[in-house]
Design a protein around this ligand. Structure first.
Ligand code: TYM
Length: 333
């Protein structure tokens, strides 16, 4: 059976980009029923940039609440945090010996996150993609749903799998398919249509947080930057209009429509008319999720229990794959 793996970092609150680009797609793939689905809070990735320990714990639990409130069912899917399944880090070490410095040097996320002061970036931040490849390959996952910004990391995952197979003369790790689909694979900042919506943007007005209340969501969308023209009736007309395109994509993703279908309905409208429609749709979809998140957050023990149970189920898959990997590599056991 094809197997899906994906992860989200508990390094801050969830944004609309995480929801539309990833979480909502996770739920779709779970509910389609064709896949075994495995979803992870990647706490070991989060600490590649220093996290306050108490905040990290809170963010991990809140992220778990976000998964469940969005529709990930911990019975149907395996849901856990990365550090409770040690095989991720163990396989990552093997992959550190497979990946080449040159490959990791080309990673744009590393360059962005390390900034100018590369000498001061953690070794973990540099090796981040090996751990990500291990996350995926320790399950022999075949499909990985992500937003567009993870594409380069997934290509590296394929390179690592292929080099491992080649170096040891085996056909052991699968060459994974990225699943970058839907209208919202790249949700942009509400203040600048050329920048990705991100939890690290200093302006809170640039993003919608999953925990924002209805008034805040409406206000952020009302104030979102746009151009002065009316909406076009075809997707072609969105070229060179990144802000307009972003709002149409967001609408389409919420409504489970294509941008073409949305424009067929709203083409010709001014933003003054379209923005309230978008706000109404966004609030209708997001407020039940944020209400459920706060409800789930009341019972921390229950969340911790779900994560522990998820980790146990995950280890049933990861332990034999790590053992086989060690055999292939030549570790005496
Ligand atoms: P992270 O935590 O930055 O983001 C989680 C998911 O949300 C997607 N995403 C977006 N999608 C559309 N528009 C946006 N503005 C936007 N911002 C974020 C991301 O593409 C991602 O799918 N390295 C990963 C976490 C990870 C992982 C993995 C993913 C670790 N191991 C294994 C898949 C498989 C990351 O930092 O995602």
């Amino acid at each position: 059976q094809p197997r899906v793996f994906s992860g989200i970092q508990p390094s801050g609150g969830l944004t609309l980009g995480n929801y539309l680009g990833a979480l909502k797609r996770f739920v779709d793939m779970q509910d389609e029923g064709n896949f075994e689905t495995i979803y992870c809070m990647v706490d070991l990735h989060a600490i590649t940039v220093w996290q306050d320990p108490e905040t990290l714990k809170r963010n991990t639990r809140e992220l778990c609440a976000g998964f469940i409130a969005s529709g990930v069912d911990p019975e149907k899917s395996i849901l856990f945090n990365q550090s409770q399944v040690p095989e991720h880090a163990q396989l990552a070490w093997i992959f550190n010996t497979v990946a080449r410095m040159g490959w990791l040097n080309r990673m744009t996320q590393f360059k962005d996150k390390a900034g100018k002061n590369r000498e001061n970036a953690s070794v973990g931040l540099f090796a981040y993609p090996s751990l990500m490849a291990a996350d995926i390959l320790i399950y022999h996952a075949t499909h990985v749903p992500v937003g567009d910004d993870q594409k380069q990391h997934l290509e590296l995952t394929r390179d690592i799998a292929a080099k491992f197979n080649h170096d040891y003369g085996v056909d052991f790790f699968p060459i994974t398919e990225p699943v970058i689909e839907g209208a919202a694979t790249r949700v942009m900042s509400l203040r600048d249509g050329s920048k990705k919506m991100s939890k690290s943007d200093p302006s809170d007005m640039s993003r919608i947080n999953m925990t924002d209340d209805a008034d805040t969501i409406a206000a952020k969308l009302r104030k979102a930057r746009t151009d002065p023209d009316a909406l076009p009736s075809e997707v072609k007309g969105l070229e060179d209009r990144p802000e307009a395109r972003n709002l149409i994509n967001i609408y389409a993703a919420f409504a489970d429509m294509t941008p073409e279908q949305v424009l067929a309905d709203v083409g010709g409208k001014q933003f003054s008319e379209f923005k309230p429609m978008l706000a109404e749709l966004a609030v209708a979809k997001l407020s039940p999720i944020s209400a459920e998140m706060s409800r789930l957050m009341q019972d921390q023990d229950e969340i911790d229990k779900i994560l522990r149970r998820g980790a146990e189920r995950a280890r049933e898959i990861t332990a034999p794959i790590l053992a086989k990997t060690y055999d292939i590599v030549g570790m005496v056991r």
